[in-house]
Design a protein around this ligand. Structure first.
Ligand code: GLY
Length: 344
């Protein structure tokens, strides 16, 4: 026998009410009327990157082109740009100074998905993830196997470590300890931050179909072989054609233990708006970590539903430095400021 009170308490800890549960079990979205011919593409960045990243994807979508081409071309922009130190070429390396990349892709109409993890030497891991989805019977391919698969499809294996990333890694290596044989230079300042930036691209096409990509170089100075949330379907990315799409950035371990993107999409299916769903995940992460006082990391989640409504929330932030996303729709380019739960 299920104890009803315990059941309801557990459901409310999950952020689900009883009527919401009923809807989610039916497998149907809370949004019954879907607006067609309302394409939109978003990314988990603000104005500067948003404009660059979304332009090629929006050009495809507005002309009625392929949804997957749109998200892939947009994700490729950051992957190929060495100025971004958290994605693709120019990404910060692992503790051995080797760049290892993670990426995933998911297509709402079929729930097809693909991902690569800890792949070395390939500038555009999201394109390899798409090939895993479209040209294999698998979902995840990692490490050397992923590189071999990319090579088989004609990708060039290149050095992804830029001079800027190498110098940041060297400075970190030299500052780990004053008991080893690596000495830091006497002058320079050392940035103790361990970035784990990432980018999510989510889009709806004219037909109302949804797709998404998450791509990253992962946590800087990670243990070789560590993979974060980004290549794990349901963690760093999840797309459902009825309920919507979500993608995560920030500390991947927290998103993994909450199945973060799946959680957000299911909250939308249960009737929450994308914004409410993103906030529910942040609350859940704080809850399972023992409360706001115990949380010293950050995560950010972005979401999109079929009707082009967007949401964005982060664990931490400050006034004037709210978490944001950028999107392109028929109304042009816009930046959306989200909410945060803990003031920095
Ligand atoms: N969210 C990116 C990572 O933790 O690898």
């Amino acid at each position: 026998m299920i104890d009803r009170r315990k059941f309801i308490k557990t459901m409310s800890m999950l952020g689900l009410s009883m009527p919401a549960m009923a809807k989610s079990f039916s497998g149907r979205s809370g949004n019954s009327s879907v607006v067609k011919n309302n394409p939109i593409i978003l990314c988990s960045r603000g104005e500067k990157w948003g404009k660059k990243v979304l332009k090629p994807g929006w050009d495809i979508l507005r002309k009625g082109g392929q949804l997957l081409d749109a998200v892939e071309r947009s994700a490729n922009v950051t992957e190929l740009d060495p100025e971004d130190s958290s994605v693709g070429y120019g990404g910060l390396p692992n503790e051995n100074g080797v760049v290892q990349l993670d990426a995933s892709i998911m297509y709402g109409p079929t729930h097809n998905c693909g991902s690569v993890a800890a792949i070395e030497g390939i500038k555009t891991p999201s394109s390899v993830a798409r090939l895993v989805m479209e040209r294999t019977d698998h979902i995840h391919i990692v490490g050397k196997g992923a590189q071999n698969f990319a090579r088989a499809h004609g990708f060039k294996v290149e050095n992804l470590l830029t001079e800027r990333a190498r110098k940041s890694w060297l400075r970190w290596r030299e500052n780990i300890s004053d008991k080893d044989d690596w000495f830091p230079p006497k002058d320079g300042n050392y940035d103790k931050n361990r970035p784990n930036g990432t980018i999510n691209v989510l889009a709806v096409d004219r037909a109302g179909d949804i797709a998404g990509i998450t791509t990253t170089s992962g946590l800087a100075w990670k243990i070789p072989g560590r993979i974060g949330d980004s290549p794990i379907i349901g963690a760093g990315l999840y797309v459902d054609n009825e309920a919507g799409a979500a993608g995560a950035t920030g500390r991947g371990e927290e998103i993994l233990r909450t199945c973060g993107s799946f959680f957000v999409v299911e909250q939308m299916r249960a009737g929450k708006s994308p914004q409410e769903a993103c906030e529910a995940l942040c609350e859940r992460i704080i809850y399972i970590n023992g409360g706001k006082e115990k949380v010293n990391f950050n995560d950010k989640i972005v979401a999109l539903n079929k009707n082009g409504e967007v949401g964005c929330a982060a664990i931490r932030g400050s006034k004037g430095s709210e978490p944001e996303l950028a999107f392109w729709s028929k109304n042009g380019f816009e930046v959306f400021k989200g909410t945060f739960l803990i003031e920095n």
